[in-house]
Design a protein around this ligand. Structure first.
Ligand code: WT7
Length: 703
């Protein structure tokens, strides 16, 4: 790189300043019992030991046949891990523990209503339930290894039963977050080519039973519109025998599981021995274009990676009671509620409802009642619990040895409350940075061996070798105070295999940008582009700044700008739509929509219609904070909507230089319209950190 004085500074290089935070040391009691408390572990994962270092993770599993090749790089970037190996994921998570200790609790289900009893499922029970449901999938639905099945299930113990029953048969499950709409579920049914949908009649959320089966009917309609027919819908009943939905059951298509399952009572289904490289599941995530991306995760590599990281980073021992409050409908739940913890034979807690029902003390009451000692949640939940009940944790007698934060950057202030109040100063914290695509953790401190630093995830985890590049592919050095695009130089076992049905897009999105030679079969030429901005401090710790693409991270969940905008455009009056992020004290970011209407369109109730369209197409999670109907959008001379300008308006930030726009005059009128309406609603300007300011000022630049 030439003299930076003369070179124009690229978007990715903007300096980010923040106060260096102090280190916090792990409590000695934690260190004494930790799975990884000998620094020799670092020597086993140095770069010269790659890829063989990861056999340490694979050796935590029981294999039907050991692999011949640890890593096959012959067709980059479609890496193949543990080639020649054979195993079954369900066997590893259930059978082997049921054989060793059938009475040991595998799952504790906590219903949202406190008057309902907690359900404990032993490993022996789990094996029986999984076998019976596998028999139903095989014999009633005709599903075989390699078939895809879509699940649209809430947080109930039947969900891991279904996932593991699929895994037992080698059937690829695709669980769609229950909060997503029927339409979003239908799109994923169609994309994955599922013939079977598994759902539930209803579930409790904030004290009310939600009608969930109604979404199945919308999903099937949408899937059919996209050319995918579903021949069976399996409907679990939240309370067997009682139907909680208003939606009719369609004869010959819809079946109550509690009526069919008794036919398979006592059935034994042998786990199907799968290739390590066989897909285990799909997890859909948002991209910048409308079509969702089905991240395809493998059986051997994925399971090895989540098991290894659960052991060392979650510090799970078989006798722990582990509670991750995420939803199994997201990757966090797949990796760190179901597969990792169960592969280690521990007890994992599943909570049905919202954290603050019926009051802000609920999580701490659950922790006390169940003896939870490992706790895992998101900054959004921490901020919310801190706001509604800052004094609540004190009132309960629970003791965490370990806590996790995941999904979004956490403010040091919030981190300190988590540490001192929730953790009572007794728990170590890991801030884990990773993604749907990566299967498991990429950045975190190793809890007994590396000190914590609030606001930073820490260094890379064992066996992961990151680099920060600027836009031109120059390395941004640690300690330079400059941000860039964080990439991972090497493959790892948890990385997705491809985007289901879109291999070219897989290369384009994650590898094209920094690929050194498309012909090369050397992994060193294929850095993985994570899509996050990051800064590395002199001590090697990373601070993740957020997405560099057009994705809005709402409460730790990625929403694609394009998906939001196409939903808004389904309204017949809407001519143009733009989605922007607004900084939010609880949810990190929320969505705000700008729309302009077609000439002569009545405009009556347009705001409500856009909101309803987004809820229908995506789900309530995407509900915009505001919808602004504007006369015209600020545009470049080539006609592109300048999202950074309206994002600045929505966040009361300086709009920057707008003189090069085709219509600079609209900016001031939009600013007046939006900001005065916000002030009238009591949405006051909030001070932005430098990183937030930077995010807004480059928002939409990726297009
Ligand atoms: C995006 C991935 C990680 C599984 C759940 C979300 C952001 C994730 C952190 C963290 C700062 C984080 C990134 C990432 N993110 N963890 N500890 N600190 N940012 O998975 O929906 O695929 O979202 O979440 O921007 O790219 P996801």
């Amino acid at each position: 790189m030439t003299d930076s004085q003369e070179t124009e500074v690229s978007e990715a290089q903007i300096a980010v300043h923040w106060r260096e935070e102090e280190y916090y040391q792990p409590p000695p009691a934690f260190v004494a019992q930790a799975n990884a408390n000998d620094p020799a572990i670092f020597d086993r994962f140095t770069e010269d030991k790659f890829p063989g270092c990861f056999t340490e993770y694979a050796d935590l599993l029981t294999w039907d046949r050991r692999w011949d090749t640890v890593l096959d790089t012959s067709s980059p970037p479609f890496w193949k891990w543990f080639v020649g190996g054979r195993l079954n994921a369900c066997y590893n998570c259930v059978d082997r523990h049921a054989q060793a200790d059938p009475g040991k609790t595998a799952v504790i289900f906590v219903p949202e209503l406190e008057s309902d009893e907690v359900v404990r499922v032993s490993y022996g029970d789990l094996l029986r339930q999984v076998s019976e449901f596998a028999a139903l999938l095989r014999d009633f639905c005709g599903l075989r290894a390699g078939d895809r099945v879509t699940l649209h299930m809430p947080m109930v113990p039947e969900l891991p039963v279904v996932m593991l029953a699929c895994a037992r048969l080698g059937v690829i499950h695709s669980q769609v977050f229950a909060g997503f709409s029927g339409h979003a579920c239908g799109t994923r049914i169609a994309d994955s080519g599922s013939r079977v949908l598994i759902t539930m009649d209803g579930y409790y959320r904030a004290g009310a039973m939600l009608d969930h089966k109604a979404k199945a009917d919308e999903a099937l309609e949408e899937a059919a519109r996209q050319g995918q027919e579903v021949d069976k819908v399996l409907v679990w009943r939240r309370r067997p025998g009682e139907y909680a939905s208003q939606a009719p059951m369609q004869a010959g298509r819809d079946f109550f599981v509690d009526e069919i399952l008794p036919r398979y009572a006592g059935a034994t289904v042998e786990p199907v021995s799968m290739d390590a490289t066989a897909p285990l599941f799909l997890m859909y995530t948002s991209g910048t274009t409308g079509r969702p991306k089905g991240a395809q995760h493998s059986t051997g590599g994925y399971l090895a990676y989540v098991t290894g990281t659960s052991k060392y980073y979650q510090d799970i021992h078989p006798d722990d009671v582990y509670w991750c409050m995420a939803d199994i409908g997201w990757i966090t739940g797949h990796s760190y509620i179901v597969y990792g913890p169960l592969a280690l034979g521990t007890t994992t807690v599943i909570y049905e409802g919202v954290p603050n029902y019926p009051d802000a003390g609920r999580p701490w009451r659950i922790a006390q009642q169940l003896g939870v000692n490992i706790f895992h949640t998101s900054p959004t939940s921490i901020r919310m619990l801190r706001k509604v009940g800052p004094e609540e944790p004190k009132k309960y007698d629970y003791h965490f040895k370990h806590m996790t934060t995941v999904g979004e950057p956490i403010e040091p202030e919030v981190w300190r409350w988590y540490h001192s109040e929730v953790g009572k100063g007794e728990a170590v914290i890991v801030d884990t940075w990773w993604q749907t695509e990566t299967g498991g953790f990429l950045g975190s401190t190793l809890p007994a061996l590396q000190p914590m630093k609030p606001g930073s995830c820490g260094p890379a985890v064992l066996g992961i070798y990151p680099v920060i590049y600027d836009e031109d592919g120059n390395q941004v050095p640690a300690g330079s105070g400059r941000a860039g695009n964080i990439c991972i130089r090497n493959p790892w076992p948890g990385i997705m295999q491809t985007i289901w049905g879109q291999p070219e897009r897989f290369i384009d999105v994650y590898y094209r940008k920094y690929n050194k030679d498309p012909q090369s079969t050397d992994w060193r030429d294929w850095p993985y582009f994570a899509g996050d901005g990051a800064v590395q401090a002199a001590d090697g710790y990373f601070r993740i700044l957020g997405r560099v693409d057009d994705v809005i991270n709402v409460a730790g969940h990625r929403l694609g700008t394009k998906e939001l905008e196409s939903a808004a455009l389904t309204g017949p009056e809407v001519a143009e739509a733009a989605a922007v992020p607004v900084m939010d004290d609880i949810r990190g970011r929320v969505v705000e929509m700008y729309v302009s209407l077609k000439p002569g369109a009545p405009g009556e109730g347009a705001e409500e219609k856009v909101t309803a369209a987004i809820e229908t197409e995506i789900g309530k999670i995407a509900r915009p904070k505001n919808v602004w109907v504007v006369a015209d959008m600020p545009k470049t001379r080539s006609g592109k909507i300048m999202r950074r300008v309206i994002a600045s308006v929505s966040n009361f930030a300086d709009v920057g230089d707008v003189t090069t726009l085709a219509n600079p005059e609209v900016v001031e009128s939009i600013r007046r319209q939006v900001q005065s309406a916000k002030l009238a609603k009591g949405e006051l300007p909030r001070e932005l950190s430098e990183a937030e300011y930077e995010e807004i000022s480059r928002y939409g630049a990726a297009e």
